[in-house]
Design a protein around this ligand. Sequence first.
Ligand code: ARG
Length: 280
Amino acid sequence: MKNKRSIFSLAVSSLLAAVVIAGCGTAGSPSGTGQPAEQPQAGQEGTQPSGEKKTLIMATSADYQPYEYHDLSSGKDEIVGFDIDIAKYIGQELGYEIQVNDMNFDGLVPSLQSKRADFVMAGMTPNPDRLKNVDFSEIYHEAKNTLVAKKDSQITKPEQLAGKKVAVQLGSIQETAAKDLAKTVEGLQITSLNRIGEIVEEVKTGRVDAAIIEDHVAKGFVAKNEALQFTTIQSEESNGTAVAFPKGSPLVEDFNQVLKKMKENGEMDKLINKWFGDGQ
Ligand code: ARG
């Protein structure tokens, strides 16, 4: 599994997509020439030649429909979703262009620590561990963990995972949840993978018995896969979603102000409706 993972992450990183919102919007070749474009550097807001819009680099893991995913339907590869629309709105309000860089989820916090990105939006949940390394905005959405399994497996509860294999995203809070579960559920084996699509594939092919995936995302995958079902894991807490920044970033306040405005002026509800449909 280790080998497979490293080959996979190599493939993903060599496909690293960069999209400039409000620019030409073509992944991988922001200049549209096929040549590597001169990339703005994170953390250098305000250093662009005058007249040009300043650019912020947003890192994400675009495997997370409806938060962020590759949309190929127009014939070109565009990263779209709830988080992208919010970033776009914030960029407009604060006078920045946003460049979206796609990478594996477990590379997101390191990209902030090394200042290769100005912020991360990736359906990311603030937790004490992450707060040691990054700052977070206010929470702008909530999700719950679910168990995705084949319908005929009848797996609906974590207790049923004794002696079974569960897949989770590498570096996610679902991976932590699985590790916690393994302390009480005997013989639980964990497979950690980079991309959610790959995790769902493992469940479909039966290489694992179940996956732990957040409800809004699980819903979309299950709708496309007849043989699968998802069941919300009962728990008091839900997983908040917030924007992450390098520690001490002055952008936290600016983003919080726009997020607050979006909640007040109905923009947030409009986007929730657009991407989650049922007001969730
Ligand atoms: N909310 C979870 C976390 O913070 C999962 C987020 C996964 N996001 C993604 N774009 N794949 O760990």
